[in-house]
Design a binder for this molecule. Sequence first.
Ligand code: IPE
Ligand code: IPE
Ligand code: MG
Length: 242
Amino acid sequence: MQREPQPIPRHVAIVMDGNGRWAKQRYMPRFFGHKQGVDALVRCVQACSDRGIEYLTVFAFSSENWKRPEEEINGLLGLVLVAVSKYLTKLADKGVRIRIVGDRSAVTDKVRSAWDEAERRTAHNTGIVLSVAFNYGGRWDVVQACRQLIEAGVGAAEVDERALSSRMALAHAPDPDLFIRTGGEVRISNFLLWQVAYSELYFTDCLWPDFDEAQLDAALAAYAGRERRFGDVKARSAHAGP
Ligand code: IPE
Ligand code: IPE
Ligand code: MG
């Protein structure tokens, strides 16, 4: 019997959580976990691309992560520079298009220029779109989109879901079909709030540095088994949207 092809999400969003605990289990500093987390991300980009996923959006640093000790924050900012210099060429050569989403005003000049370079060098690529959420918060996103509308002089009568969506940080991507959180916590932690209205949610205890192809396939299998209705009474095509 011919099997139905499994629906593959167009857009996967991931809260990459659990780096600190992964390091702690190994009696290593938290930074070690973050470093391994970057490697896990690069592998995940490849695995998603191989499976035909068009958009991957990852939560790398939240608006609230500034509450962490200065040493950890500095480590994470430094890691951005290391990650860009180590992996940008490889990702660019593979056709990955990188976008950074979040408030860039608070990061250092060096980090800002690393982000700019990553976007510039991959701007014409046509492969998977990797959006890295850095200094990002779902609430920040809604507020900055509203500000843009006001600054553009959009009148109250013209403010609708489409107008707001077009100003959100992920306006370049369809809403996520599948939202994954690693690390065992079952919460959104101010990641994409507006955009996950109808995403399928998947939570796993796997700590982010351990997230590999088998873990991704388990999440994709769970997704394939979901019935998406978008408020209707019957199943709707996975990509029909609300
Ligand atoms: C996620 O891992 C990475 C960032 C938030 C930067 P954590 O650093 O939150 O790791 P845990 O949750 O403490 O294990
Ligand atoms: C969410 O993880 C942010 C990122 C993974 C970047 P946190 O570790 O900051 O979330 P909480 O504090 O457990 O909610
Ligand atoms: Mg955490």
